[in-house]
Design a protein around this ligand. Structure first.
Ligand SMILES: *Cc1c(COP(=O)(O)O)cnc(C)c1O
Length: 418
């Protein structure tokens, strides 16, 4: 459920009409609903209320805007970060360091050191050498780094290949067959407090069965580790829950997920950690755009909008679907392709789709753009970096400026030998 709805034929974000935002901020622009973020944060927490010890770490990469992170911190969420930059953001937004989990397959030595110095609550180790380096860095500081070992359970998450992370050929985690021996070796290091395991098998999961299978393997692994004498008090179950991208699409709900987790983890006696990203942010944002042209074409006309693949990369990257809805629909429908201005045929949001009829100058939104939207934006074709707006009731604020090409050019240099 979200708070983008029609009143008197005009699309609103909460109590703010979209045309007011377009008028004041320009287009394209991401528009987020604070009430929707809060609602999703609470629904997810509620879904896990049957579990005894839970830590919620919002996956920053889904939507790292500072205002969004502040909102999530206010909801009592910590953060899952995958770079030093994301850690800096989470801290800047007011998340307590010990509520931050540091994931990622390529943490540099400098990032590990900075995270230790910041007092990050958990390092999710992706390979043995990383554990050894972290142990050395921590030992040199007279510390023991809190860590878990990320295991690759080798299950097919059944999602798009580019966002699937839990098969053995993926770059993430250590093979479950090697993990027990590795855990033994790492647990002996002075600089580590190795206290559990982690997994994350992919994103936009439309089916809970692969997750349940993976959790089953992790449960077996925890029993193996305990039998070998290890103290296991944390299991990080990652993120991955999918969201509906098409009107009417049905996906497992957070409540379904919570019930499955309760079943799959019964008797584990650990603190369970969760790293939800998309399920919190996805339907809390839209990308507001203006139609530039209606271009005749065969077999279908093109609707050329002022948003492009540099603003919303998901369709070009993953063939992702985003519903396209006119801000002031007339009721008339057309079949059209929707594309941006970028000089690549990949800059196409939809082909041959049945959509609201729109004319040049009309406003429309791409829905479900709150996750993996603005965070992936670039300035390709020397376009401005897309701005972001947060709506809360009847007020709104620009929470990320439009960065104009002139500002980007100002950060470049022509050497004096040219
Ligand atoms: C991306 C990611 C997440 C979040 O995934 P969602 O599908 O957005 O919930 C969680 N944990 C890790 C380690 C990730 O890489």
């Amino acid at each position: 459920m979200d708070h983008f709805s029609f009143r008197n034929g005009v699309l609103y974000a909460e109590d703010v009409p979209m045309p007011v935002i377009a008028e004041q901020v320009g287009t394209p622009v991401y528009v987020y609903s604070a009430a929707t973020f809060r609602r999703h944060a609470r629904v997810f927490r509620e879904a896990l209320s049957g579990l005894s010890r839970v830590h919620l770490a919002y996956a920053v990469k889904a939507n790292p805007n500072l205002a969004v992170l502040r909102l999530m911190a206010n909801e009592g969420y910590g953060a899952d970060v995958v770079s030093g930059g994301e850690m800096t953001r989470a801290l800047a937004a007011g998340m307590p360091a010990d509520a931050i989990v540091f994931s990622g397959v390529g943490k540099t030595h400098a990032e590990l050191a900075a995270a230790l110095d910041a007092g990050i609550g958990q390092f999710n180790l992706e390979l043995e050498e990383e554990g050894e380096v972290l142990a050395r860095l921590a030992h040199a500081r007279g510390r023991r780094a809190p860590a878990v070992l990320r295991v690759n359970p080798d299950v097919d998450a059944g999602t798009h290949a580019k966002i699937s992370t839990g098969r053995k050929q993926n770059k993430f985690g250590v093979p479950i067959a090697d993990a027990a021996a590795m855990f033994d070796r790492l647990a002996k290091l002075d600089g580590l407090n190795l206290r559990g395991v982690a997994l994350h098998i992919g994103s936009q999961l439309a089916d809970l069965a692969p997750l349940e299978a993976a959790f089953g393997r992790i449960g077996d692994f925890v029993r193996t580790l305990r039998a070998a004498g290890h103290r296991i008090d944390r299991v990080d179950l990652g993120g991955g829950l999918g969201v509906p991208y098409r009107e009417g699409e049905l996906l497992p709900t957070p409540a379904d997920y919570g019930a499955m987790v309760a079943r799959a983890t019964a008797g584990w006696d650990v603190e369970l950690m969760f790293e939800p990203g998309r399920v919190i942010a996805g339907n809390a944002g839209v990308l507001l755009t203006r139609v530039i042209w209606n271009k005749p074409g065969e077999p279908n006309p093109y609707v050329i909008v002022d948003a492009a693949m540099n603003d919303l990369a998901r369709p070009a990257l993953y063939d992702a679907w985003h519903d396209f809805v006119a801000v002031e629909p007339t009721g008339e429908r057309i079949t059209a392709n929707i594309a941006g201005p970028i000089c690549e045929s990949g800059d196409t949001f939809a082909m041959g789709r049945d959509i609201d009829a729109v004319r040049s100058g009309d406003l429309a939104v791409f829905r479900t753009a709150g996750a993996y939207g603005a965070t992936m934006a670039s300035t390709y074709n020397s376009r401005a970096l897309v701005p972001e707006v947060l709506v809360d009731g009847d007020r709104f604020a620009v929470v990320a400026d439009r960065v104009e090409p002139a500002a980007l050019i100002a950060a470049e240099r022509v050497p004096d030998w040219l």
